[in-house]
Design a protein around this ligand. Structure first.
Ligand code: JCK
Length: 243
């Protein structure tokens, strides 16, 4: 999978060299390119923002540097159609199902806005371009960030760990996809490792019993309890995944 990111803060993406994502890059499973939007601005101060039409607080990112950056990126590979992802607090909320869907695309391009966001014509333009595979305007939750960079890191990590060969332990991803149909319905219960007793706290005895059937039922019950306690909206089924 190829991943391009356009941002005025390229340093935000240094974590992509680390850990899971760094290994995926080193193994050639992903190819990541970070682009500085300011290099596509042509005035003396490399400005990328301007005052909003209609008035209001703050500044808005203008369409010209975005158009030049995205066109230049797309021109580097005429065989693939990129999906444009635009993180925004007003988008649909990114979830595991979107991560699964995006993990099958060969090329994702993330447009990280700052200030009050990006001129709406940028998303509109690329949504109408047949040499692009569409535009996804998405948020990562109901809180306001200062820009799209952190949301992009979140989405890239969620997508990349689903790629074949990226997570060493395939069972953990398979489990998620079981959860993905069901992540809608249940969160996981508690997990434990050694030592068997820590500061007077014992690991639940059933987990030491070796009875796989009893362990599975205990875990299912713990998942139900934890979901009811922490995620009542999932327990009620009043969230996004059932269609
Ligand atoms: C991209 C700029 C900052 C700040 C206007 C918003 C009422 C608009 C996000 N889940 C998420 N939360 N925030 C973002 C996100 C924030 C961004 C950008 C993503 C680009 N900003 C900003 C204030 C406003 N207010 C609520 C008016 C943008 C994601 N993904």
């Amino acid at each position: 999978m190829r991943i391009d990111v356009v941002t005025i803060f390229p340093d935000y993406f240094m974590p992509l060299a680390l850990s899971l994502l760094g290994k995926a890059s080193a193994a050639g499973l992903i190819e990541v390119h970070i682009h500085d939007l300011r290099t596509f601005a042509h005035d003396r101060h490399n400005s990328v923002d301007d005052t909003p039409f209609g008035g209001g607080p703050g500044m808005v990112m203008g369409p010209q540097p975005w158009g030049e950056a995205l066109d230049e990126i797309a021109a580097t590979n005429n065989a693939l159609r990129p999906v444009l992802v635009v993180p925004t607090p007003s988008g649909a909320v990114f979830d595991q199902r979107m991560a699964q869907a995006w993990s099958t695309h060969p090329w994702l391009v993330f447009a990280c806005g700052r200030y009050e966001g990006i001129d709406a014509r940028v998303a509109q333009h690329y949504a109408g371009r047949s040499d692009w595979a569409g535009v996804r305007e998405v948020g990562i939750g109901d809180y306001v960030l200062a820009g799209g960079e952190v949301a992009t890191l979140v989405m890239v990590e969620a997508v990349v760990r689903l790629l074949p060969g990226v997570v060493g332990n395939e069972a953990s991803v398979t489990d998620d996809s079981f959860a993905a149909g069901s992540m809608a319905q249940l969160v996981e219960g508690p997990v434990f490792t050694k030592p068997q007793e820590w500061r007077g706290l014992e690991v639940p005895e059933v987990l030491l019993s070796g009875h796989h059937g009893r362990i599975a039922s205990w875990r299912a019950e713990q998942a139900r309890l934890r979901t009811a306690q922490m995620r009542p909206e999932l327990a009620a089924g009043t969230h996004g995944l059932q269609h």
